[in-house]
Design a protein around this ligand. Structure first.
Ligand SMILES: *Cc1c(COP(=O)(O)O)cnc(C)c1O
Length: 225
């Protein structure tokens, strides 16, 4: 195992970059939540992150997230589910997740409609490929209305992954525009979950409130288990 120093250094470096970028664009770094995406990494790494002060962690696969959340229940971490989610697994995710960032279709809203209000983000598909996950931009309002009608979901805002073939700043400007449409329906749902290891500066410039950063902090992911 590593002695933790490289992890602490990467975390500190990224945190400094986030704060500096926020100030450069006239934003308060305190308005930005960094979620460290720990997928494929062992629970021991998540524990090291917690010891370094990380409170928000992200996972994209239910089985892995469920196991880590159970193993690390003593840490009081906030688990953010950021991956594509099958409707039949949705109720289980509710048991450990503080937030779901990948609400992208009516069936998933319906599967999560009952229960204690769970923070949720509607995921936008910024590509033309329906397989990428996320709701098409022209279907945004009906999905938002459905979330707002679900007592078990508390809409926080939108989430997106920048397409590989588009300049990130341009993609995140489209996310900002979609966020404005959501706020027209739900004034309190102004959160924007956007920005990963390679594009978080562009996301901050376009108003991201929740960054989902993996490898820049954790180091390279172990190969797919
Ligand atoms: C893996 C993942 C991230 C983090 O990606 P990095 O490039 O490692 O920062 C962010 N969001 C989602 C949805 C992911 O699956």
């Amino acid at each position: 195992m590593s002695d933790g120093a490289p992890l602490a250094e990467r975390l500190a470096t990224v945190s400094e970059q986030i704060a500096a970028t926020a100030r450069d664009v006239g934003r308060d770094p305190a308005d930005i939540t960094t979620i460290v995406v720990t997928k494929f990494h062992p629970a021991s790494l998540v524990r090291e992150l917690a010891e370094l002060g990380v409170r928000d962690v992200g996972e994209n696969r239910h089985q892995e997230a469920q196991a880590k959340a159970a193993e690390l229940a003593d840490l009081g971490l906030r688990w953010h589910f950021v991956g594509q989610l099958q409707s039949k697994k949705a109720r289980q995710v509710r048991q450990y997740a503080s937030a779901i960032h990948s609400i992208d279709r009516p069936a998933l809203v319906d599967a999560l409609a009952e229960g204690e209000p769970l923070d949720s983000f509607v995921q936008l598909n910024l590509t033309d490929d329906p397989g990428r996950g996320g709701v098409a931009l022209d279907q945004l309002e009906p999905l938002v209305e459905r979330v707002l009608a679900a007592p078990g979901l508390r809409l926080r805002g939108v989430m997106a992954v920048a397409p590989l073939d588009e300049e990130p700043r341009r993609a995140f400007a489209r996310v900002k525009a979609a966020s404005d449409r959501v706020r027209a329906l739900a004034p309190d749902a102004g959160a924007i979950s956007a920005g990963m290891s390679l594009d978080f500066a562009a996301a901050i410039a376009e108003g991201a409130t929740h960054l989902r950063i993996g490898s820049a902090i954790t180091g390279n992911r172990p190969s797919h288990p």
